[in-house]
Design a binder for this molecule. Sequence first.
Ligand code: CA
Ligand code: CA
Ligand code: CA
Ligand code: CA
Length: 289
Amino acid sequence: MEKKETSGIVLLVLMLGLLKFAFNIQLVEAKVSVTSGWLSFPVAFDGRMTKAEEWSDATPVDLTLLERHVGPRNVSARVWIKNDHTWLYMMHRVEWPAWDTDPFDGGYIEHFWDWIDEPSPLWAHSDLGVVVLGNTTLDCYGWDEVNWYNDLYASPPGEDNVEGAATHDGTYYWFEFRKELNSSEVYDFSFTPGQVVETGDLLVGIWDNSKRDYFEAFISLHLSPPPPFVFPNIVILAGVVVSIAVIAVVVVVVVTVRRREQKPSKKGLHDLLNTLFFQNNLTRRILAK
Ligand SMILES: [Ca+2]
Ligand SMILES: [Ca+2]
Ligand SMILES: [Ca+2]
Ligand SMILES: [Ca+2]
């Protein structure tokens, strides 16, 4: 009997392990690949597409945000993400009914890394960047399956490394913000241009403050490396002008040197006259004989 119970527990642990393994595979497969474009156009943080080209340097990606990342309830979203050397920029559009908007509904990006497993916290590190409809930003850390903690009130205190604004246009929430790629704080993620963020869990979502609920999606993020340096046209033009000037100087010097080599020197001319004079005298003497 005792042996049977032990076998049953072992079987249960194995099944849970397999389920957890299957769940992890599902999470990996569910990650949506998002490529972060290199910033070419500046962003005005007003919670809207300020100019047509403002986000044209980022490729939009459609996401289905699942309630508490499992569903079945979900909302549709679209993200534009781009980066430069210092910041991760994000335009996060979420289809959301106007009657359900609240000043503290917020769009966010969050990262969890260094898995610890049970008991909570499940992750050694976590970071959350939020902008809410009231345009307040939040930079948090330390998710313990119940709460986030504000970087500003940590010990030692951190900083709010998030800037942004949000609006609702009657159909969509528009959360437009940026978070530092690498603030050097232990309360924040540390990404570098060119990196592919696949380890840990990276999610994009919306916090519904009135219902204390959230919808989110797992993503893998391909951060753009700095573009290769391209010489500006003015530099190219200056280079061409200098090259032509150098070639012209070389040509003049070569021609001058050759002319000097071909022109008889004064000494050479003197010798030539002497020779001619000597030959002339010799000719006269011969003829006189
Ligand atoms: Ca804008
Ligand atoms: Ca709400
Ligand atoms: Ca943080
Ligand atoms: Ca921070």
